[in-house]
Design a protein around this ligand. Structure first.
Ligand SMILES: Nc1ncnc2c1ncn2[C@@H]1O[C@H](COP(=O)(O)OP(=O)(O)O)[C@@H](O)[C@H]1O
Ligand SMILES: O=C(CO)[C@@H](O)[C@H](O)COP(=O)(O)O
Length: 547
Protein backbone atom coordinates (compact mmCIF):
# COMPACT_ATOMS: atom_id res chain seq x y z
CA UNK A 1 0.00 0.00 0.00
CA UNK A 2 1.38 3.37 -0.87
CA UNK A 3 -0.09 6.65 0.28
CA UNK A 4 1.29 10.09 -0.29
CA UNK A 5 -0.06 13.47 0.77
CA UNK A 6 -1.06 14.34 -2.78
CA UNK A 7 -2.68 11.11 -3.83
CA UNK A 8 -6.15 12.53 -4.13
CA UNK A 9 -9.33 12.41 -2.06
CA UNK A 10 -12.09 10.04 -1.01
CA UNK A 11 -15.73 11.12 -0.69
CA UNK A 12 -18.00 9.62 1.97
CA UNK A 13 -21.72 10.45 1.86
CA UNK A 14 -24.44 9.93 4.44
CA UNK A 15 -28.03 10.11 3.29
CA UNK A 16 -29.77 9.97 6.66
CA UNK A 17 -33.38 10.72 7.53
CA UNK A 18 -33.01 14.50 7.67
CA UNK A 19 -30.00 15.33 5.54
CA UNK A 20 -27.39 14.40 2.96
CA UNK A 21 -23.90 14.96 4.39
CA UNK A 22 -20.50 14.51 2.84
CA UNK A 23 -16.96 14.25 4.18
CA UNK A 24 -13.86 14.68 2.03
CA UNK A 25 -10.78 12.77 3.22
CA UNK A 26 -7.27 13.14 1.90
CA UNK A 27 -5.13 10.06 1.36
CA UNK A 28 -3.92 10.01 4.98
CA UNK A 29 -7.52 10.05 6.19
CA UNK A 30 -7.60 13.66 7.41
CA UNK A 31 -10.96 15.38 7.01
CA UNK A 32 -10.48 18.30 4.62
CA UNK A 33 -14.13 19.29 4.16
CA UNK A 34 -17.55 18.55 5.67
CA UNK A 35 -20.88 19.68 4.27
CA UNK A 36 -24.49 18.89 5.04
CA UNK A 37 -27.66 19.65 3.11
CA UNK A 38 -30.84 19.56 5.18
CA UNK A 39 -33.90 18.31 3.29
CA UNK A 40 -36.55 20.46 5.03
CA UNK A 41 -34.48 23.63 4.87
CA UNK A 42 -32.55 23.31 1.60
CA UNK A 43 -35.10 21.46 -0.56
CA UNK A 44 -38.36 23.01 0.69
CA UNK A 45 -40.27 22.16 -2.51
CA UNK A 46 -40.56 18.53 -1.32
CA UNK A 47 -42.40 19.73 1.81
CA UNK A 48 -40.87 17.15 4.12
CA UNK A 49 -40.92 17.34 7.91
CA UNK A 50 -37.81 15.85 9.42
CA UNK A 51 -36.97 14.60 5.90
CA UNK A 52 -40.16 12.53 5.56
CA UNK A 53 -43.88 12.58 4.78
CA UNK A 54 -46.14 11.06 7.42
CA UNK A 55 -49.19 9.28 5.93
CA UNK A 56 -52.09 7.28 7.33
CA UNK A 57 -51.69 4.32 9.73
CA UNK A 58 -48.00 4.74 10.42
CA UNK A 59 -46.91 5.19 6.79
CA UNK A 60 -43.65 7.15 6.38
CA UNK A 61 -42.08 7.90 3.01
CA UNK A 62 -39.55 10.23 1.40
CA UNK A 63 -39.52 11.34 -2.25
CA UNK A 64 -36.99 9.50 -4.44
CA UNK A 65 -36.39 12.65 -6.47
CA UNK A 66 -35.43 14.53 -3.31
CA UNK A 67 -32.54 12.10 -2.83
CA UNK A 68 -31.52 12.61 -6.46
CA UNK A 69 -31.67 16.39 -6.25
CA UNK A 70 -29.76 16.39 -2.95
CA UNK A 71 -26.91 14.43 -4.54
CA UNK A 72 -26.72 16.84 -7.42
CA UNK A 73 -26.76 19.87 -5.12
CA UNK A 74 -23.93 18.46 -3.01
CA UNK A 75 -21.80 17.97 -6.14
CA UNK A 76 -22.57 21.57 -7.18
CA UNK A 77 -21.28 22.70 -3.78
CA UNK A 78 -18.19 20.46 -3.87
CA UNK A 79 -17.29 21.65 -7.36
CA UNK A 80 -16.66 25.13 -5.96
CA UNK A 81 -14.60 23.86 -3.03
CA UNK A 82 -12.26 21.07 -4.15
CA UNK A 83 -10.69 19.84 -7.40
CA UNK A 84 -13.16 17.08 -8.18
CA UNK A 85 -10.80 15.51 -10.72
CA UNK A 86 -8.71 14.47 -7.69
CA UNK A 87 -11.46 12.29 -6.21
CA UNK A 88 -10.23 8.72 -6.40
CA UNK A 89 -13.05 6.83 -4.71
CA UNK A 90 -16.59 7.37 -3.44
CA UNK A 91 -18.81 5.43 -1.08
CA UNK A 92 -21.77 6.34 1.08
CA UNK A 93 -24.21 5.47 3.80
CA UNK A 94 -27.97 5.62 3.77
CA UNK A 95 -30.74 5.29 6.31
CA UNK A 96 -31.33 1.54 6.42
CA UNK A 97 -34.27 -0.57 5.13
CA UNK A 98 -35.87 2.06 2.85
CA UNK A 99 -36.48 1.07 -0.77
CA UNK A 100 -36.46 2.74 -4.18
CA UNK A 101 -38.71 1.48 -7.00
CA UNK A 102 -37.25 1.95 -10.48
CA UNK A 103 -39.68 1.91 -13.40
CA UNK A 104 -39.36 -0.29 -16.49
CA UNK A 105 -36.78 1.44 -18.69
CA UNK A 106 -35.00 3.25 -15.85
CA UNK A 107 -31.75 1.36 -16.40
CA UNK A 108 -31.57 2.82 -19.90
CA UNK A 109 -32.09 6.30 -18.47
CA UNK A 110 -29.22 5.70 -16.02
CA UNK A 111 -26.91 4.41 -18.76
CA UNK A 112 -27.64 7.40 -20.98
CA UNK A 113 -27.50 10.29 -18.51
CA UNK A 114 -26.83 13.47 -20.45
CA UNK A 115 -24.52 16.05 -18.81
CA UNK A 116 -26.40 18.92 -20.50
CA UNK A 117 -29.35 18.44 -18.19
CA UNK A 118 -29.78 17.89 -14.44
CA UNK A 119 -30.20 14.48 -12.85
CA UNK A 120 -33.55 15.45 -11.43
CA UNK A 121 -34.89 16.44 -14.87
CA UNK A 122 -33.73 13.20 -16.45
CA UNK A 123 -35.02 10.97 -13.67
CA UNK A 124 -38.51 12.53 -13.46
CA UNK A 125 -40.06 9.39 -14.91
CA UNK A 126 -37.52 6.83 -13.65
CA UNK A 127 -39.46 5.73 -10.56
CA UNK A 128 -42.54 3.54 -10.54
CA UNK A 129 -43.30 4.85 -7.05
CA UNK A 130 -42.31 8.43 -6.45
CA UNK A 131 -42.19 7.98 -2.66
CA UNK A 132 -39.84 5.52 -0.98
CA UNK A 133 -41.03 3.75 2.15
CA UNK A 134 -38.43 4.55 4.82
CA UNK A 135 -37.29 3.06 8.13
CA UNK A 136 -39.85 5.05 10.17
CA UNK A 137 -42.71 3.20 8.48
CA UNK A 138 -44.86 1.14 10.84
CA UNK A 139 -47.73 0.32 8.46
CA UNK A 140 -46.89 -3.26 7.46
CA UNK A 141 -48.04 -5.34 10.47
CA UNK A 142 -50.17 -7.57 8.23
CA UNK A 143 -47.25 -8.28 5.87
CA UNK A 144 -44.87 -8.98 8.78
CA UNK A 145 -47.28 -11.57 10.20
CA UNK A 146 -47.77 -13.16 6.80
CA UNK A 147 -44.04 -13.41 6.10
CA UNK A 148 -43.12 -14.74 9.53
CA UNK A 149 -45.83 -17.40 9.21
CA UNK A 150 -44.73 -18.67 5.82
CA UNK A 151 -41.06 -18.52 6.77
CA UNK A 152 -41.30 -20.78 9.82
CA UNK A 153 -41.95 -18.24 12.59
CA UNK A 154 -40.17 -15.22 14.07
CA UNK A 155 -37.39 -17.27 15.70
CA UNK A 156 -36.57 -19.08 12.50
CA UNK A 157 -36.49 -15.84 10.50
CA UNK A 158 -34.19 -14.27 13.12
CA UNK A 159 -31.92 -17.30 13.00
CA UNK A 160 -31.69 -17.11 9.18
CA UNK A 161 -31.55 -13.36 8.65
CA UNK A 162 -30.48 -11.80 11.97
CA UNK A 163 -33.87 -10.25 12.83
CA UNK A 164 -37.54 -11.14 12.74
CA UNK A 165 -39.52 -9.27 10.05
CA UNK A 166 -39.95 -5.72 11.32
CA UNK A 167 -42.45 -3.26 9.86
CA UNK A 168 -39.64 -1.19 8.35
CA UNK A 169 -37.88 -4.18 6.80
CA UNK A 170 -37.68 -4.16 3.04
CA UNK A 171 -39.35 -7.58 2.64
CA UNK A 172 -42.52 -6.33 4.39
CA UNK A 173 -42.45 -3.08 2.41
CA UNK A 174 -42.10 -4.86 -0.93
CA UNK A 175 -44.92 -7.26 -0.04
CA UNK A 176 -47.18 -4.33 0.89
CA UNK A 177 -46.59 -2.71 -2.49
CA UNK A 178 -47.18 -6.02 -4.28
CA UNK A 179 -50.48 -6.52 -2.37
CA UNK A 180 -51.82 -2.99 -2.35
CA UNK A 181 -50.33 -1.42 -5.49
CA UNK A 182 -50.00 -4.37 -7.91
CA UNK A 183 -49.76 -2.07 -10.93
CA UNK A 184 -46.78 -0.29 -9.41
CA UNK A 185 -45.13 -3.60 -8.54
CA UNK A 186 -45.69 -4.79 -12.11
CA UNK A 187 -44.18 -1.57 -13.53
CA UNK A 188 -41.09 -1.92 -11.35
CA UNK A 189 -37.99 -3.02 -13.21
CA UNK A 190 -35.70 -2.97 -10.19
CA UNK A 191 -35.84 -2.47 -6.43
CA UNK A 192 -32.87 -0.90 -4.60
CA UNK A 193 -32.22 -0.17 -1.00
CA UNK A 194 -31.69 3.58 -0.59
CA UNK A 195 -27.96 2.86 -0.22
CA UNK A 196 -27.58 0.92 -3.47
CA UNK A 197 -29.97 3.32 -5.23
CA UNK A 198 -27.57 6.18 -4.52
CA UNK A 199 -24.61 4.11 -5.72
CA UNK A 200 -26.62 3.38 -8.88
CA UNK A 201 -26.83 7.10 -9.66
CA UNK A 202 -23.04 7.40 -9.47
CA UNK A 203 -22.44 4.26 -11.53
CA UNK A 204 -25.12 4.92 -14.15
CA UNK A 205 -26.29 1.35 -13.61
CA UNK A 206 -28.01 -0.72 -10.95
CA UNK A 207 -25.61 -1.32 -8.05
CA UNK A 208 -25.85 -4.41 -5.84
CA UNK A 209 -26.59 -4.30 -2.12
CA UNK A 210 -23.66 -4.62 0.23
CA UNK A 211 -23.85 -7.40 2.85
CA UNK A 212 -24.26 -5.00 5.78
CA UNK A 213 -27.34 -3.21 4.44
CA UNK A 214 -28.73 -6.40 2.86
CA UNK A 215 -28.95 -7.75 6.42
CA UNK A 216 -31.72 -5.23 7.13
CA UNK A 217 -34.04 -6.51 4.42
CA UNK A 218 -35.36 -9.78 5.88
CA UNK A 219 -34.25 -11.38 2.60
CA UNK A 220 -30.58 -12.10 3.23
CA UNK A 221 -28.93 -15.18 4.77
CA UNK A 222 -26.99 -13.53 7.53
CA UNK A 223 -24.12 -16.00 7.69
CA UNK A 224 -23.79 -16.83 4.00
CA UNK A 225 -20.29 -16.82 2.53
CA UNK A 226 -20.27 -16.04 -0.37
CA UNK A 227 -23.21 -13.71 0.36
CA UNK A 228 -26.63 -15.00 -0.73
CA UNK A 229 -30.25 -13.97 -0.63
CA UNK A 230 -32.57 -16.35 1.22
CA UNK A 231 -34.41 -17.92 -1.73
CA UNK A 232 -37.51 -18.88 0.27
CA UNK A 233 -37.93 -15.34 1.62
CA UNK A 234 -37.53 -13.91 -1.88
CA UNK A 235 -40.15 -16.30 -3.27
CA UNK A 236 -42.65 -15.66 -0.49
CA UNK A 237 -42.28 -11.87 -0.49
CA UNK A 238 -43.54 -11.29 -4.03
CA UNK A 239 -43.54 -13.02 -7.43
CA UNK A 240 -40.63 -12.27 -9.77
CA UNK A 241 -38.76 -10.51 -6.97
CA UNK A 242 -35.45 -12.21 -7.82
CA UNK A 243 -35.60 -10.52 -11.24
CA UNK A 244 -36.09 -7.13 -9.61
CA UNK A 245 -32.84 -7.45 -7.63
CA UNK A 246 -29.63 -6.93 -9.53
CA UNK A 247 -27.58 -9.83 -8.13
CA UNK A 248 -26.62 -11.52 -4.89
CA UNK A 249 -25.36 -9.00 -2.30
CA UNK A 250 -21.62 -8.24 -2.38
CA UNK A 251 -18.91 -7.66 0.19
CA UNK A 252 -18.65 -4.01 1.12
CA UNK A 253 -15.04 -3.67 -0.09
CA UNK A 254 -15.78 -4.81 -3.64
CA UNK A 255 -15.24 -1.97 -6.17
CA UNK A 256 -18.29 -1.72 -8.45
CA UNK A 257 -16.78 0.27 -11.31
CA UNK A 258 -15.81 3.82 -12.21
CA UNK A 259 -17.97 6.93 -11.96
CA UNK A 260 -20.43 7.49 -14.82
CA UNK A 261 -19.36 9.95 -17.52
CA UNK A 262 -22.24 12.22 -16.50
CA UNK A 263 -20.41 13.26 -13.31
CA UNK A 264 -17.15 13.64 -15.22
CA UNK A 265 -18.61 15.98 -17.79
CA UNK A 266 -20.93 17.94 -15.52
CA UNK A 267 -18.77 18.28 -12.40
CA UNK A 268 -15.24 17.43 -13.54
CA UNK A 269 -14.70 14.06 -11.85
CA UNK A 270 -12.17 11.76 -13.50
CA UNK A 271 -14.07 8.89 -15.12
CA UNK A 272 -10.93 6.78 -15.54
CA UNK A 273 -9.72 7.06 -11.96
CA UNK A 274 -12.69 7.46 -9.65
CA UNK A 275 -13.90 4.15 -8.16
CA UNK A 276 -17.42 3.66 -6.86
CA UNK A 277 -17.65 1.36 -3.83
CA UNK A 278 -20.89 -0.16 -2.56
CA UNK A 279 -22.90 2.11 -0.30
CA UNK A 280 -23.99 0.66 3.01
CA UNK A 281 -26.36 1.34 5.91
CA UNK A 282 -25.66 4.32 8.14
CA UNK A 283 -25.24 2.24 11.30
CA UNK A 284 -22.78 -0.25 9.77
CA UNK A 285 -20.81 2.63 8.28
CA UNK A 286 -20.80 4.39 11.65
CA UNK A 287 -19.18 1.26 13.08
CA UNK A 288 -16.49 1.68 10.41
CA UNK A 289 -16.15 5.44 11.05
CA UNK A 290 -15.70 4.80 14.77
CA UNK A 291 -13.23 1.96 14.04
CA UNK A 292 -15.18 -0.14 16.54
CA UNK A 293 -13.23 -3.03 17.98
CA UNK A 294 -14.88 -6.39 18.54
CA UNK A 295 -15.63 -7.29 22.17
CA UNK A 296 -14.34 -3.88 23.38
CA UNK A 297 -16.49 -1.00 22.10
CA UNK A 298 -20.14 -0.02 22.18
CA UNK A 299 -21.43 2.75 19.88
CA UNK A 300 -24.48 4.86 20.70
CA UNK A 301 -25.85 6.89 17.80
CA UNK A 302 -28.29 9.65 18.76
CA UNK A 303 -29.71 10.74 15.40
CA UNK A 304 -33.31 10.75 14.18
CA UNK A 305 -33.33 7.17 15.43
CA UNK A 306 -31.33 6.20 18.50
CA UNK A 307 -29.27 3.07 18.01
CA UNK A 308 -26.67 1.15 20.02
CA UNK A 309 -24.39 -1.40 18.42
CA UNK A 310 -21.16 -3.32 18.71
CA UNK A 311 -19.01 -5.68 16.64
CA UNK A 312 -18.87 -9.41 17.42
CA UNK A 313 -17.42 -12.48 15.81
CA UNK A 314 -20.16 -14.73 17.24
CA UNK A 315 -23.83 -14.07 16.64
CA UNK A 316 -26.85 -14.80 18.76
CA UNK A 317 -29.88 -13.30 16.98
CA UNK A 318 -32.71 -12.19 19.29
CA UNK A 319 -36.22 -11.53 18.11
CA UNK A 320 -36.50 -8.11 19.77
CA UNK A 321 -33.29 -6.75 18.23
CA UNK A 322 -31.14 -7.04 15.11
CA UNK A 323 -27.91 -8.54 13.88
CA UNK A 324 -26.37 -7.05 10.73
CA UNK A 325 -23.13 -7.90 8.91
CA UNK A 326 -20.11 -5.72 9.42
CA UNK A 327 -18.94 -3.73 6.36
CA UNK A 328 -15.34 -3.96 7.66
CA UNK A 329 -14.42 -7.64 7.99
CA UNK A 330 -16.22 -10.28 5.90
CA UNK A 331 -17.37 -12.50 8.77
CA UNK A 332 -18.03 -10.12 11.63
CA UNK A 333 -21.46 -9.06 12.84
CA UNK A 334 -23.24 -6.06 14.32
CA UNK A 335 -25.75 -6.67 17.14
CA UNK A 336 -27.94 -3.56 17.22
CA UNK A 337 -30.93 -2.11 19.03
CA UNK A 338 -32.96 0.65 17.39
CA UNK A 339 -35.48 3.14 18.75
CA UNK A 340 -37.70 5.18 16.43
CA UNK A 341 -38.36 7.82 19.12
CA UNK A 342 -34.94 9.45 19.06
CA UNK A 343 -34.09 13.09 18.39
CA UNK A 344 -37.50 14.16 17.07
CA UNK A 345 -39.16 12.91 20.25
CA UNK A 346 -36.60 14.76 22.39
CA UNK A 347 -37.37 17.85 20.27
CA UNK A 348 -41.09 17.39 20.96
CA UNK A 349 -40.40 17.30 24.71
CA UNK A 350 -38.11 20.33 24.39
CA UNK A 351 -40.84 22.34 22.64
CA UNK A 352 -43.83 21.00 24.58
CA UNK A 353 -46.52 23.59 25.44
CA UNK A 354 -44.60 26.35 23.72
CA UNK A 355 -45.71 28.30 20.64
CA UNK A 356 -42.09 28.63 19.46
CA UNK A 357 -39.29 26.03 19.41
CA UNK A 358 -37.13 26.31 22.53
CA UNK A 359 -33.34 26.25 22.42
CA UNK A 360 -31.29 23.15 23.22
CA UNK A 361 -29.65 25.25 25.91
CA UNK A 362 -32.96 25.41 27.77
CA UNK A 363 -33.42 21.65 27.46
CA UNK A 364 -29.87 21.08 28.67
CA UNK A 365 -30.41 23.43 31.56
CA UNK A 366 -33.25 21.18 32.75
CA UNK A 367 -30.79 18.28 32.82
CA UNK A 368 -28.44 20.41 34.93
CA UNK A 369 -31.20 21.36 37.37
CA UNK A 370 -32.33 17.80 38.10
CA UNK A 371 -30.37 15.03 39.89
CA UNK A 372 -29.39 11.58 38.55
CA UNK A 373 -32.42 9.34 39.13
CA UNK A 374 -34.78 12.31 38.66
CA UNK A 375 -36.12 12.07 42.22
CA UNK A 376 -37.58 8.69 41.30
CA UNK A 377 -39.61 9.81 38.24
CA UNK A 378 -39.41 7.62 35.14
CA UNK A 379 -40.86 8.56 31.75
CA UNK A 380 -42.06 6.96 28.52
CA UNK A 381 -42.96 8.88 25.37
CA UNK A 382 -43.60 7.10 22.08
CA UNK A 383 -44.55 9.99 19.80
CA UNK A 384 -44.49 7.56 16.86
CA UNK A 385 -44.86 3.77 16.99
CA UNK A 386 -41.80 2.42 18.80
CA UNK A 387 -39.61 -0.40 17.50
CA UNK A 388 -38.22 -1.54 20.88
CA UNK A 389 -40.49 -2.36 22.60
CA UNK A 390 -43.05 -2.80 19.82
CA UNK A 391 -45.37 -0.10 21.15
CA UNK A 392 -48.15 2.08 19.79
CA UNK A 393 -47.78 5.85 19.94
CA UNK A 394 -48.64 7.36 23.34
CA UNK A 395 -48.50 10.69 25.16
CA UNK A 396 -45.67 11.38 27.60
CA UNK A 397 -46.38 9.18 30.63
CA UNK A 398 -44.61 9.32 34.01
CA UNK A 399 -44.31 6.91 36.94
CA UNK A 400 -42.76 6.85 40.38
CA UNK A 401 -40.54 4.06 41.71
CA UNK A 402 -43.66 2.30 43.07
CA UNK A 403 -44.76 2.04 39.44
CA UNK A 404 -47.70 4.38 39.99
CA UNK A 405 -48.72 6.98 37.42
CA UNK A 406 -47.67 10.52 38.27
CA UNK A 407 -49.53 13.59 36.95
CA UNK A 408 -48.46 17.26 36.81
CA UNK A 409 -44.77 16.63 36.22
CA UNK A 410 -42.78 19.85 35.72
CA UNK A 411 -40.79 20.65 32.56
CA UNK A 412 -37.32 19.93 33.98
CA UNK A 413 -38.39 16.55 35.34
CA UNK A 414 -40.03 15.58 32.04
CA UNK A 415 -36.86 16.36 30.12
CA UNK A 416 -34.66 14.28 32.41
CA UNK A 417 -37.16 11.42 32.53
CA UNK A 418 -37.16 11.05 28.74
CA UNK A 419 -33.36 11.24 28.44
CA UNK A 420 -32.75 8.85 31.33
CA UNK A 421 -35.45 6.50 29.98
CA UNK A 422 -33.60 6.12 26.68
CA UNK A 423 -30.26 5.49 28.42
CA UNK A 424 -31.84 2.89 30.73
CA UNK A 425 -33.46 1.19 27.73
CA UNK A 426 -30.13 0.99 25.87
CA UNK A 427 -28.40 -0.59 28.88
CA UNK A 428 -31.20 -3.11 29.50
CA UNK A 429 -31.66 -4.13 25.87
CA UNK A 430 -27.99 -4.24 24.92
CA UNK A 431 -27.13 -6.37 27.98
CA UNK A 432 -29.49 -9.05 26.64
CA UNK A 433 -27.01 -9.58 23.79
CA UNK A 434 -24.27 -10.17 26.36
CA UNK A 435 -21.78 -8.12 24.36
CA UNK A 436 -18.71 -7.05 26.29
CA UNK A 437 -17.60 -3.42 26.23
CA UNK A 438 -15.52 -1.13 28.36
CA UNK A 439 -15.73 1.98 26.16
CA UNK A 440 -18.69 3.77 24.60
CA UNK A 441 -18.51 5.95 21.50
CA UNK A 442 -21.26 8.55 21.10
CA UNK A 443 -22.21 9.85 17.67
CA UNK A 444 -25.13 11.53 15.87
CA UNK A 445 -26.65 15.01 16.32
CA UNK A 446 -27.60 14.70 20.01
CA UNK A 447 -24.08 13.59 20.96
CA UNK A 448 -23.34 17.35 20.90
CA UNK A 449 -25.16 17.47 24.23
CA UNK A 450 -22.68 16.98 27.07
CA UNK A 451 -25.32 16.45 29.75
CA UNK A 452 -26.80 13.57 27.76
CA UNK A 453 -23.33 12.03 27.48
CA UNK A 454 -22.84 12.22 31.27
CA UNK A 455 -26.15 10.41 31.85
CA UNK A 456 -25.14 7.81 29.27
CA UNK A 457 -21.82 7.23 31.07
CA UNK A 458 -23.55 6.93 34.46
CA UNK A 459 -26.18 4.50 33.18
CA UNK A 460 -23.87 2.36 31.04
CA UNK A 461 -21.18 2.47 33.74
CA UNK A 462 -18.44 3.04 31.18
CA UNK A 463 -16.55 6.06 29.87
CA UNK A 464 -18.32 7.74 26.95
CA UNK A 465 -16.13 9.21 24.21
CA UNK A 466 -17.33 11.87 21.85
CA UNK A 467 -15.69 11.85 18.47
CA UNK A 468 -14.46 14.95 16.73
CA UNK A 469 -16.58 14.29 13.62
CA UNK A 470 -19.99 13.32 14.83
CA UNK A 471 -21.05 12.23 11.37
CA UNK A 472 -19.29 8.90 11.74
CA UNK A 473 -21.44 7.33 9.00
CA UNK A 474 -19.96 9.55 6.27
CA UNK A 475 -16.50 9.19 7.78
CA UNK A 476 -16.88 5.39 7.73
CA UNK A 477 -18.05 5.54 4.12
CA UNK A 478 -14.94 7.53 3.15
CA UNK A 479 -12.66 5.11 5.05
CA UNK A 480 -14.35 2.24 3.25
CA UNK A 481 -13.88 3.99 -0.08
CA UNK A 482 -10.09 4.14 0.45
CA UNK A 483 -10.04 0.55 1.68
CA UNK A 484 -11.95 -0.72 -1.37
CA UNK A 485 -9.80 1.26 -3.77
CA UNK A 486 -6.69 -0.21 -2.17
CA UNK A 487 -8.18 -3.67 -2.75
CA UNK A 488 -8.53 -2.88 -6.48
CA UNK A 489 -5.07 -1.28 -6.70
CA UNK A 490 -3.42 -4.26 -5.02
CA UNK A 491 -4.74 -6.87 -7.43
CA UNK A 492 -7.59 -7.76 -5.16
CA UNK A 493 -5.57 -8.51 -2.04
CA UNK A 494 -7.65 -7.58 0.97
CA UNK A 495 -6.07 -5.69 3.88
CA UNK A 496 -7.48 -5.83 7.39
CA UNK A 497 -9.71 -2.73 7.60
CA UNK A 498 -8.44 -1.41 10.95
CA UNK A 499 -4.77 -1.97 10.03
CA UNK A 500 -5.28 -0.26 6.70
CA UNK A 501 -6.91 2.88 8.15
CA UNK A 502 -4.36 3.10 10.98
CA UNK A 503 -1.45 2.79 8.57
CA UNK A 504 -2.88 5.65 6.51
CA UNK A 505 -3.46 7.79 9.60
CA UNK A 506 0.12 7.23 10.73
CA UNK A 507 1.25 9.13 7.64
CA UNK A 508 -0.58 12.23 8.86
CA UNK A 509 1.46 14.99 10.47
CA UNK A 510 -1.53 16.37 12.39
CA UNK A 511 -2.34 15.79 16.06
CA UNK A 512 -5.91 15.74 17.31
CA UNK A 513 -6.90 19.16 18.69
CA UNK A 514 -7.30 18.94 22.46
CA UNK A 515 -9.64 21.87 23.01
CA UNK A 516 -12.71 19.77 23.73
CA UNK A 517 -13.59 17.56 26.63
CA UNK A 518 -13.70 14.26 24.83
CA UNK A 519 -14.47 11.70 27.54
CA UNK A 520 -17.24 11.59 30.15
CA UNK A 521 -16.52 9.24 33.06
CA UNK A 522 -19.22 7.48 35.08
CA UNK A 523 -19.93 8.87 38.53
CA UNK A 524 -20.19 5.79 40.84
CA UNK A 525 -22.91 7.34 43.02
CA UNK A 526 -25.08 8.15 40.05
CA UNK A 527 -24.47 4.66 38.61
CA UNK A 528 -25.75 3.17 41.88
CA UNK A 529 -28.95 5.18 41.63
CA UNK A 530 -29.51 3.92 38.08
CA UNK A 531 -28.83 0.28 39.03
CA UNK A 532 -31.94 0.43 41.25
CA UNK A 533 -34.00 1.81 38.37
CA UNK A 534 -33.22 -0.95 35.82
CA UNK A 535 -35.75 -3.57 37.04
CA UNK A 536 -38.47 -0.96 37.53
CA UNK A 537 -37.98 0.55 34.09
CA UNK A 538 -37.97 -2.93 32.53
CA UNK A 539 -41.23 -3.90 34.27
CA UNK A 540 -42.91 -0.60 33.32
CA UNK A 541 -41.78 -0.93 29.72
CA UNK A 542 -43.74 -4.19 29.41
CA UNK A 543 -46.95 -2.22 30.00
CA UNK A 544 -46.40 -0.41 26.71
CA UNK A 545 -45.76 -3.49 24.58
CA UNK A 546 -48.39 -3.94 21.86
CA UNK A 547 -49.67 -7.50 21.59
N1 LIG B 1 -27.64 20.06 21.65
C1 LIG B 1 -28.46 19.08 21.27
N2 LIG B 1 -29.06 18.30 22.20
C2 LIG B 1 -29.88 17.29 21.83
N3 LIG B 1 -30.16 17.00 20.55
C3 LIG B 1 -29.60 17.74 19.58
C4 LIG B 1 -28.71 18.81 19.89
N4 LIG B 1 -28.30 19.35 18.70
C5 LIG B 1 -28.91 18.64 17.70
N5 LIG B 1 -29.69 17.67 18.23
C6 LIG B 1 -30.54 16.70 17.49
O1 LIG B 1 -29.80 16.10 16.46
C7 LIG B 1 -30.74 15.73 15.44
C8 LIG B 1 -30.01 15.49 14.12
O2 LIG B 1 -29.14 14.42 14.28
P1 LIG B 1 -28.49 13.70 13.02
O3 LIG B 1 -27.55 12.68 13.55
O4 LIG B 1 -27.95 14.74 12.10
O5 LIG B 1 -29.78 13.03 12.38
P2 LIG B 1 -29.91 12.05 11.12
O6 LIG B 1 -28.50 11.59 10.81
O7 LIG B 1 -30.81 10.96 11.55
O8 LIG B 1 -30.52 12.87 10.01
C9 LIG B 1 -31.72 16.86 15.38
O9 LIG B 1 -33.00 16.39 14.96
C10 LIG B 1 -31.72 17.39 16.82
O10 LIG B 1 -32.91 16.98 17.48
O1 LIG C 1 -33.74 1.64 11.13
C1 LIG C 1 -32.64 1.96 11.52
C2 LIG C 1 -31.64 0.95 11.90
O2 LIG C 1 -32.12 -0.37 11.86
C3 LIG C 1 -32.28 3.43 11.60
O3 LIG C 1 -31.17 3.64 12.42
C4 LIG C 1 -32.10 4.04 10.22
O4 LIG C 1 -30.91 3.55 9.63
C5 LIG C 1 -32.16 5.57 10.27
O5 LIG C 1 -30.99 6.20 10.64
P1 LIG C 1 -30.83 7.75 11.11
O6 LIG C 1 -31.32 8.63 10.01
O7 LIG C 1 -31.57 7.92 12.39
O8 LIG C 1 -29.33 7.88 11.30
Amino acid sequence: MSATRDAGYALGFDLSTQSLSVIVLNSVCEVVLEYSLNFDRDLPNYQTKGGAHAGQNGRFTSPALMFVEALEKVFEYLKEKIPLDQIRCISGSAQQHGSIYWKQGAREILHNLNPKSSLVQQLQSAFSRKDCPIWMDASTGKQCNYLENVLGGAENVAEMTGSRIYARYTAAQIRKIYEEEPQIYENTEHISLISSGMASLLLGDYAPEDVADAAGTGLFQLQSDPPKWWELAIQETAPQLKHKLVSEPVYSYLPLGKIHAYFAERFGLDKEHCWILPWSGDNPNSAAGLLLQAERDLAVSLGTSDTAFAITKQIKPRIEAHVYRSPMEPLEFIPLVCYSNGSLTREAIKDMDSAEPRTWELFTDSLRQTPPGNNGILGFYYRVAEILPRADPCNPTFFNMDMQLVQNVDYHTKVRAIVEGRCLAIKIHMDRFQVKYDRVWATGGASENEEILQILADVLQAPVHRVLYHNSASLGAAYRAWHGKDYADNRFTLQNFHDFIKSRQQLSSKTVPSNRKLVWYPNPQASQVYSKMFPIYEALEKRFEAH
